[in-house]
Design a protein around this ligand. Structure first.
Ligand code: PAF
Length: 286
């Protein structure tokens, strides 16, 4: 296949035209949905997509409906020129840059209601978040009609919500999760890490340390409750305000009291300064 550089589509119609052309040529097409402010975690998604598809599209759309009224929509980092350079370097084939009206046309009044893995955790603190995510992802999947769509495990609950939604709605796409990319000290890469002050950045890896310590204690036979309790203490002692740190079934995200109840995932959300960080790790099977 000849390298053609990074194409741009700004409307659903131009996106569809390109996808139709590729499909007619027998290409296997992947979509990486993003909100921009791309970092190495997003580029890992593009690379994973490259390995599984012959054409890789990346959407950049800061989706207003997944932000709560007091969240960071207006200050969410927007770095388009830099994002485009990174996508060119990663050899993405197309960037989709819809306008708000392409996603939410005048009079928009339909949204996807999610339950199952959407219940609890983030939803306890951001009650409208996953309806916004599910709605925009459903729209992007319908507009782009990819064979595969790639999501980071960093947003683990999001990955499970999108996977459930695509099964429940029979969306003809394979949802693929990609492992979290971390800084050398363990901090998960996130577009929101730019908000961290120097001191908060120094403290931030405590989240991952607490999770990994609890995960290996549970894998070693310690009761879930005591390992999780210690992790909560570590996180708060480090200086975070904890929203949640829970042990859940890795697929359904139902709360889990014992490692025997299934594959376990530990998920955390905590605030430091003005920044809210989320992270998660799997508990290795015994
Ligand atoms: O993970 C994100 O960046 C967003 O939640 C997504 C999936 C692009 C939907 O807006």
């Amino acid at each position: 296949m000849k390298a053609e550089g990074l194409k741009r589509a700004s409307t659903p119609a131009s996106l569809r035209r390109q996808v139709r052309e590729w499909r007619a040529a027998g290409e296997r097409i992947a979509l990486v949905p993003t909100m921009g402010a791309l970092h190495a975690g997003h580029i890992a998604l593009v690379r994973a997509a490259r390995r599984r598809a012959s054409r890789v599209m990346v959407s950049i759309f800061v989706n207003p409906t997944q932000f709560g009224p007091n969240e960071d929509l207006s200050r969410y980092p927007r770095t388009l020129a830099d994002d485009l350079a990174k996508l060119r370097a990663a050899r993405a084939d197309l960037v989709y840059l819809p306008a708000v009206a392409d996603i939410y046309p005048e009079g928009f009044s339909t949204s996807v209601t999610v339950a199952g893995p959407a219940l609890g955790l983030e939803t306890d603190f951001r009650p409208t978040h996953f309806a916004g995510v599910a709605t925009v992802v459903a729209k992007l999947l319908v507009q782009a009609a990819p064979d595969l769509a790639f999501f980071g495990e960093k947003d683990y609950q999001q990955l499970k919500v999108v996977t459930r939604m695509s099964r429940d709605l029979d969306l003809p796409v394979n949802i693929v999760g990609v492992p979290t990319v971390r800084e050398p000290d363990g901090l998960a890469l996130s577009s929101r890490n730019v908000y961290l002050s120097v001191d908060d950045r120094r403290t931030a890896p405590a989240l991952y340390r607490a999770l990994t310590e609890a995960a290996s204690a549970i894998a070693g036979g310690e009761a879930v409750e005591s390992a999780v309790g210690r992790a909560r203490t570590l996180v708060t002692q480090a200086g975070f305000v904890l929203d949640y740190l829970e042990a859940c079934h890795a697929e359904t995200l139902a709360p889990i009291a014992s490692a025997s109840e299934g594959p376990v995932r530990l998920l955390v959300a905590a605030r430091i300064g003005s920044t809210r960080l989320i992270d998660n790790v799997g508990v290795p099977a015994r």
